[in-house]
Write a protein that binds this ligand. Structure first.
Ligand code: DQA
Length: 142
């Protein structure tokens, strides 16, 4: 069965509590449950959230070493700051999809630039949590 890593960056552990008018009322646990339900028997999903850049980098390398078929990454604010995460994705050679819950292009200009997007096959933003489902579907049929 294909292994897919779902990586979430800083403050996404606060989903449901954090700015619900932007990110919604569902928690990261709700998202995990919904993804596990949809992909039961179809994919082996690994969930990882960290508020620390280096831990996300380590997890990307681990996904590469463990021959994951894909990475879904919402690097959150690190998207807009991290050359190190971009390099980790480029070096991993695992197809990745960048997901943002909100439409970053409708928001402040500093969110319009992503360091990580060029290291990904696709970017999904503004679909809410559905973006994660779409990303896993894409990686499985790829
Ligand atoms: C986000 C958008 C980022 O700009 C922000 O820093 C986040 C969440 C999103 O999912 O919409 O933390 O990645």
């Amino acid at each position: 069965m294909k292994k897919i890593a779902i990586l979430n960056g800083p403050n996404l552990d606060r989903l449901g509590l954090r700015e619900p008018e932007i990110y919604g009322k569902e928690t990261l646990g709700d998202l995990e449950q919904a993804l596990r339900r949809e992909f039961a028997g179809k994919a082996e999903l690994l969930f990882f959230q960290s508020n620390h850049e280096g831990e996300l980098i380590d997890q990307i390398a681990q996904a590469a070493d463990s021959k994951f078929a894909g990475i879904v990454i919402n690097a959150a604010a690190f998207t807009h700051t991290s050359v190190a995460l971009r390099d980790a994705l480029l070096g991993a050679h695992v197809p990745a999809v960048e997901v943002h819950i909100s439409n970053i292009y409708r928001r402040e200009p500093f969110r319009h630039h992503s360091f990580t997007a060029p290291a990904c096959e696709a970017v999904i933003c503004g679909l809410g949590l559905e973006g994660y489902h779409a990303a896993v579907r894409f990686l499985l049929q790829r």
